[in-house]
Design a binder for this molecule. Sequence first.
Ligand code: KDO
Length: 328
Amino acid sequence: RRTLLAASGAALAAPALSRVSFAQDKKVIRISTPAANAEWQAKGLMKFKELVEAAAPSLEVQVHLNATLFDQGTEIAAMQRGNLEVGMISPQDVASYIPEYSVFTAGYLLRDAAHMHKVFGDSDVGKEYRGRVSKEMDVTILGSQYLGTRHVILRKAKDVKTPADLAGLKLRVPGSDTWQFLGSALGANPTPIAFDEVYLALSTGTVDGLENPIGDMLAAKFYEVSEQLVLTAHMVAPLFFAMSNSFWDGLTDEEKKAVSDAVAAQSTLVDEGTLATEAEGTSLLESNGLKVTTPDLEAFRKHVQGVYLESDYAKEWPAGLIDRINAL
Ligand code: KDO
């Protein structure tokens, strides 16, 4: 009897072992993002996984949300070291490597999602941008998507008309220099905190507010721990789907096509979802008891643009680039 059992055990083990080694033969795409589960970005990445794995059985996609694999802002270094295949990165991340590209982190630069796609898409500006990112950062931007338009969110309601009304307020921003500069350009005191720690920081009063898109505010439930949304619209924010060059270069043409097609499909899903969320977001927030106000937008725009143009950053901006961006 014992012999029989052992024999059948061994027979059972064989297919299991071959399944394991088959999985190991696959090329694994690890994706890291700070995004919360309910964000469109997260839904887009699950779509990417579904499409890629269906189109290219040699590829396996692992989606790591909530910064569980890598901390926000460390994804590029992780890709460069070969520890990560895909990071969802921002122009602020890029500017940490290519200082002249801080121009793309300026407040009130992009007009809307369509303008953003022209700038980072097939325009000369976009091609040049992606070319330098690949050459100087060793990652390939495979697609851009609309993260949303950023506004100011306050823990305690306040009459905010101009940047002067934000003076002294501790405003959470993501942790890099260009984000902090944005916080001060808005008139506040910037405090760097990672996205996944913001809810706690707001609920305990470590910060007085943050600046974020409406979609993120809803998905991460910041409305539970804040009283007011001030529609400053100070930044139309993209996210880039970036893959490590060594991984991308190691894919076959068929695999590259499966990945590119899936990136395009997931970007469209994210764009459409985010725009729809923004269209209904303010009334949703109001029905959750939030005060939604519109400040003096001209005062904000003039002040923020002025601060950027007079900054040390602007001294490094490539000549004529702002005009080329505006012309798109
Ligand atoms: C944030 O931390 O406020 C931010 O919106 C910054 C973006 O660049 C991006 O990292 C985003 O968070 C995360 O992807 C979560 O949406």
